[in-house]
Design a protein around this ligand. Structure first.
Ligand SMILES: N[C@@H](CCC(=O)N[C@@H](CS)C(=O)NCC(=O)O)C(=O)O
Length: 204
């Protein structure tokens, strides 16, 4: 399998965490790609018309995107303890938490992109709205963090811990730990796992 990959992408990171947790990482060849909303990458678009990574190219030529689909695929073929639980309640809870994490990451990417525009061109209403939604999401995470920290890891844990890692990577001035100590404890526990250590976000 080949994965269109970047060390900067929190979506790619989740796929790689699942690959490591499920012992599949050696079966995945990483193809480094640079992507940007304003500069379509022809190699990526040839496989994913949305121009987004991660994209997984299967040995039989099949193509999978987005990160949730790839995670589901890896979790299925691994055949071990699933990170997407099987029982209905646990499954829905994990998928809802994953949706919160993925949604916060989508928001964070858009927020950062708006913040990087020259100040006179920034849409202040949009920035305020991004900040409000992000804070609301973090507050839900803070309320669930103790339970997350004490339960078996799922795709929900992975998505939410990756949001917090992305804040450390791209939003250092936010100082999110101050108002979210339970989330900070949850992140600290997960980041100790080898799969998380092996997949740290970086610009290099
Ligand atoms: N929903 C997608 C989001 C992926 C995504 O936004 N990836 C970013 C990199 S972090 C990207 O490829 N951006 C390029 C673009 O938006 O054109 C997923 O879960 O895979």
């Amino acid at each position: 399998m080949k994965l269109f990959w970047s060390s900067r992408s929190p979506f790619v990171r989740q796929v790689m965490i699942v690959a490591h947790e499920q012992g599949l990482e050696r079966q995945i060849e990483l193809i480094a790609e640079t992507v940007a909303m304003a500069a379509p990458n022809a190699r990526v678009m040839a496989h994913n018309p949305l121009n987004k990574i991660p994209v997984l190219i299967l040995d039989n030529g099949g193509v999978l995107y987005d990160s949730r689909v790839i995670i589901d695929y890896l979790d299925t073929i691994a055949g071990g303890v699933p990170l997407i639980p099987i029982g209905a309640n646990a499954r829905l809870s994990a998928l809802r938490q994953q949706a919160l994490g993925m949604g916060l990451l989508d928001l964070a990417v858009l927020w950062r992109s708006e913040m990087m525009r020259p100040v006179p061109q920034q849409n202040q209403a949009l920035l305020k709205s991004f900040a409000a939604k992000f804070e609301a999401g973090l507050s839900v995470l803070e309320g669930e963090a103790d339970e997350l920290a004490g339960t078996e890891m799922t795709v929900g844990h992975i998505a939410l811990a990756t949001v917090l890692a992305y804040l450390d990577f791209r939003f250092q001035s936010l100082d999110w730990r101050r108002a979210h100590p339970h989330a900070a404890e949850f992140a600290a526990i997960l980041e100790q796992r080898p799969a998380f250590q092996a997949t740290r976000l970086s610009d290099g």
